[in-house]
Design a protein around this ligand. Sequence first.
Ligand code: HEC
Ligand code: HEC
Length: 323
Amino acid sequence: MYFKTNWFPVLLSAVIVLAIADAVWDHYDASGTSTTSAADCWTGAGPNQIPVDANGAMIRYGRDLIANTSFYLGPKGTVMHISNGMNCQNCHLEAGTKPWGNNYGAVASTYPKFRERSGRKESIEKRVNDCIERSLNGRAIDSSSKEMRAIAAYIKWLGKEVPMGSKPKGSGIMELTYLSRAADPANGKTVYVAYCERCHGKNGEGQINIDNAGYAYPPLWGNNSYNSGAGLFRLSRLAGYVKNNMPNPLNYHNPELTDEESWDVAAYINSQPRPTHDLSKDWPRIAGKPFDHPFGPYADTFSEMQHKYGPFAEIVKAGKKSK
Ligand code: HEC
Ligand code: HEC
């Protein structure tokens, strides 16, 4: 009879089905990519979590400036014309929220902080202007401008739950293991042609959007790319970024390139022409330069060539010894 139905097996199977579904959802995202250990990596909150109030409006504008920088601040920008047409998000993926996607997970928790490059304590605003002047090959904007206040509000909001002073796992760019040889631009060219050229172009020029206001595929070298003072001009930054994020879209669970291919393609890209930046005031303490800073003078006796392409292990070892 209907009321005598034993619901136990029905409930049990429902529980099992849900548990299996949950396990599946837990471990694979919509594209079927494994996200099993994503929980231990910092991932930034999405736009839907931004509060709906006046502060939220600033945070939302900040996020938009980071995702669509060129629309607002590019050569045909609606607010100012101070940058090269790239977006912050081209390098700080998913508006700076993606694990190992050069995200902003450690910014709110570690700034203001002392940086060797400038030899002083830097605010978030100063650090953002550094990227505008170097990565976007542009002109710094006023800290009191609505745009800078919005960008800082967004970055602080993103990192608000990270304990002060800590750097969460998955934040920034992953450090790859060093090769025992120098990275090889010729090898890198082969990697570039096989994996990158179809989007970033034969001459690294990228592809402009149909609306002409930004890039569908951002440039990797040439006049419209990051300049010689930018973070990506250091080989370890570029190789670590590429390994976990390119060819786009890709996440760190499923890299397509080996570490070796990543170092080599980075060497190829950073051996191509790009705008230069006045570095004369950088690194007031020469011994504070990172191992892969590609311009001398250095506190050690390794050549500029070796500081640019490696092998790096012996440079790092010598640096540790002298400290
Ligand atoms: C061409 C690539 C590129 C673009 C475009 C770019 N950045 Fe960066 N940014 C970097 C790299 C590389 C670093 C250094 C990461 C490292 O050292 O691990 C960095 C560092 C930062 C940091 C400090 C992160 C930290 O944890 O210390 C902030 C904040 C930042 N960028 C903001 C911005 C903003 C805002 C924009 C747009 C106005 C922007 N960046 C555009 C590449 C870029
Ligand atoms: C399917 C197209 C595609 C392929 C293939 C691809 N990329 Fe990208 N790349 C992109 C897009 C799109 C972005 C910007 C991502 C964003 O804004 O969300 C990007 C951003 C970048 C950036 C940071 C921004 C810049 O212009 O400096 C670098 C560096 C980069 N790619 C290197 C590579 C390398 C190296 C390869 C080959 C291993 C590669 N890409 C393959 C589409 C691609």
